[in-house]
Design a protein around this ligand. Structure first.
Ligand code: MN
Length: 506
């Protein structure tokens, strides 16, 4: 049976999504989960674009062993050299070059002729080939490129040494039948096509990224570029979990397979959602909260009798935890560790102690601690960026009389204790004013949301904020049973992220 190569670009195209900036440590953690998930290739970043990206790619190249680690580069000598410098320590390095191909891009953006572009593509692939054998080339905006010219480019880059040729629907314009014919046409019209793998990279502007990818696979493409939860530029990319589960669930139709260990899907989805701050819509296929919930009585009756009546997939196949009620105030360290193991986490003793203390603190305030609560604790305790500032204490006074007032104490660099108080239009405004005055980095709050992690009056509140500073957006998360405290933690978290990202980018 034929196998489809799963090329994950969560860390490159996914991170490119507005407001999705990740720290290097977070990128590495996602890369490790992608390795457990069994993806064939990880596109780790675009090294020439920033020093932070360069460092992230080289770290992932050193740490990840099984998958191919790929670095993106424009078809330009400096870009290619920098990409190779970043990725060269990988066990399986790949260079991915891209260059515009459509007349629209050539005329208005590159201002070059077709001949010039063809020559650059050929030369740059040859240059990259001196570094490594594994070369991928993408003619950007392929779905809007004149067919004869597209065939010429594909043939030329394969001739120059490209081992994978990726056909991107850069702007999400294609329709499945049409995109399938485009792929079929390449197989029929490019003489040396058997010397390379054809890949596709589809965007979701019309909601067709997964459909287009699957149609391309049906017509012979053997690599799909996708992201966890479908995140990416604008409306995002093809969602990895949907592509993989469609191929698996409808093996009778596709007669194809992937190397994905599907039980790791749910965890990958949660991790990416927590770290990027992009929550998953409840009705999202495969990983949404309602994806396996049956509401209609007739459906429930059927599923209780025999699941296959209304369930085309077993939720356990994608790693959705079976039980939801777990621990309480009396649960010990051992039970906590066991539950973590069941959820797929293996922590060092130090991290375990840390997390266990947080769990006990929560169990004192909340009767039942569920899997979702445990995941939140882990996200809060282990995945937050290294703390430049630590929130030591926050206190507010508010109500419908008087002026909302907040006092805040932070522990800053070199264990310096900083305290201030501020007035605001409401308690959160007052808290944010006090924190911002202490940290002193100009920023604008662009998004603020509160949600409860689980049901019930004693649920944990999760606050997600986005702040903007010098044109870059930073995400912050905070959890607590008190939403004012959660808001303060989210604010400090976003500022820490800003300071850490800014430090590595310089
Ligand atoms: Mn893209």
């Amino acid at each position: 049976m034929d196998r489809v190569i799963i090329f994950d670009t969560t860390l490159r195209d996914g991170e490119q999504a507005a407001g999705g900036a990740l720290t290097i440590r977070e990128k590495l953690e996602i890369a490790r989960q992608l390795e457990r998930l069994g993806v064939d290739a990880i596109e780790a970043g675009f090294p020439f674009s920033s020093p932070g990206d360069f460092e992230a790619v080289s770290l992932i190249a050193r740490e990840v062993r099984t998958p191919v680690v790929c670095a993106l580069a424009r078809a330009h000598p400096d870009d290619i050299d920098s990409a190779w410098e970043a990725v060269k320590q990988a066990k399986h390095p790949r260079l991915h070059l891209f260059l515009s191909a459509s007349d629209i891009h050539l005329m208005y953006q590159l201002k070059k002729s077709r001949e010039q572009v063809l020559e650059t593509a050929r030369d740059m692939v040859a240059r990259a080939k001196q570094y490594t054998d594994d070369i991928e080339f993408s003619p950007m905006d392929a779905s809007r490129t004149e067919l004869e010219y597209l065939y010429q480019i594909v043939e030329a880059v394969i001739d120059a040494g490209a081992t994978t040729v990726n056909i991107p629907d850069t702007v999400g314009y294609a329709i499945p039948d049409e995109f399938g014919s485009l792929i079929g046409g390449i197989f029929q019209n490019v003489p040396n096509i058997n010397q390379a793998i054809i890949s596709v990279h589809c965007h979701n502007d019309l909601g067709l990224a997964v459909a287009n990818s699957l149609e391309a696979v049906r017509r012979g493409a053997r690599q799909v570029e996708c992201t966890i939860n479908g995140i990416g530029e604008r409306a995002g990319n093809a969602s990895l979990e949907e592509v993989v589960m469609a191929i698996k669930t409808r093996q009778d139709f596709f007669n194809l397979t992937t190397g994905i260990n599907t039980v790791q899907i749910y965890r990958a989805s949660r991790l990416v959602s927590e770290l990027t701050g992009f929550s998953v819509q409840p009705n999202k296929a495969i990983v949404g909260a309602n994806a396996f919930r049956h509401e209609s009585g007739i459906h429930q009756d059927g599923v209780i009798k025999v699941p296959i009546t209304y369930e085309i997939m077993d939720p356990r196949t994608v790693g959705i935890p079976a039980s939801s009620l777990v621990l309480g105030k009396l649960s010990g360290r051992h039970a906590f560790r066991e539950r973590l193991a069941e959820l797929g986490y293996s922590l060092s003793e130090e991290d375990l102690s840390h997390t266990f203390t947080a769990f006990k603190g929560l169990a004192d305030k909340k009767k039942e601690v569920t899997d979702r609560d445990v995941e939140s604790i882990i996200a809060q305790e282990l995945r937050t960026v290294s703390e430049v500032y630590h929130l030591d204490c926050v206190q507010v006074s508010c109500g419908d009389r008087g002026i909302p007032t907040a006092s805040v104490r932070l522990i800053g660099p070199d264990s310096q204790v900083l305290a201030d108080a501020a007035l605001g239009t409401g308690p959160i405004d007052a808290v944010y004013k006090a924190i911002n005055r202490l940290v002193g980095v100009p920023n604008v709050l662009t998004e603020f949301s509160v949600k409860s992690v689980t049901e019930g009056i004693d649920a944990i509140g999760e606050v997600l904020i986005r702040i903007e500073s010098e044109g870059v957006t930073y995400t912050g998360r905070g959890i607590d049973t008190d939403i004012i405290v959660a808001s303060a933690k989210a604010c400090v978290n976003a500022l820490n992220r800003l300071l850490v990202v800014r430090r590595t980018a310089k």
